[in-house]
Design a protein around this ligand. Structure first.
Ligand code: CO
Length: 159
């Protein structure tokens, strides 16, 4: 297990499309665990995608457990259906210092593999739908600042 360095905006790797994972093995599980620990070590980290630590594989981790949700470690996640709209003020560990208002689906249905390669389906709403959408965007090289209608300095936000 290891903490990984988080890539920041301006790094070209963040703009690339990540590849599907073909076999969910110990290496993938270790990578997911490193991602999880790296996310938890960062302030305000609720989600992380593999390209953020420089790995172009379709892997994401999410932990909203303070809000009563559970930990997700997902392989090859795909949004198969979405419904409604919500506007959320988002930040990103790869875009330090900025927040933005982004329109996301109110509900999403996601299909993925879990860390043991088992197929799972998730129906998510509200904050979990936002985070899933944000993290899956990372796998296609999309950052929230591409979609934000307004961007704020996060220091202004605190005043
Ligand atoms: Co992000």
């Amino acid at each position: 297990m290891a903490l990984r360095q988080i890539r920041e905006v301006g790094d070209e790797l963040l703009r690339k499309r990540s590849r599907e994972v073909e076999v969910v093995d110990d290496k993938i599980r270790e990578l997911l665990q490193d991602m999880y620990e790296t996310m938890k070590a960062a302030k305000d980290g609720v989600g992380l995608a593999a390209p953020q630590i420089g790995v172009l594989k379709r892997l994401i981790v999410i932990d909203l457990s303070e809000e009563g949700d559970k930990i997700y470690k997902l392989v090859n996640p795909v949004i198969v259906k979405s419904k409604g709209e919500q506007v959320c003020r988002e930040g990103c560990l790869s875009v330090p210092g900025l927040l933005g208002d982004v329109t996301r689906p109110k509900e999403v249905w996601v299909e993925a593999l879990d860390e043991f390669g088992k197929k799972i389906k998730i129906k998510a709403s509200d904050m979990l739908a936002v985070v899933l959408s944000h993290e899956i965007d990372h796998l296609d090289g999309i950052l929230f600042i591409d979609k934000a209608t307004e961007i704020f300095d996060d220091k202004e936000e605190e005043e």
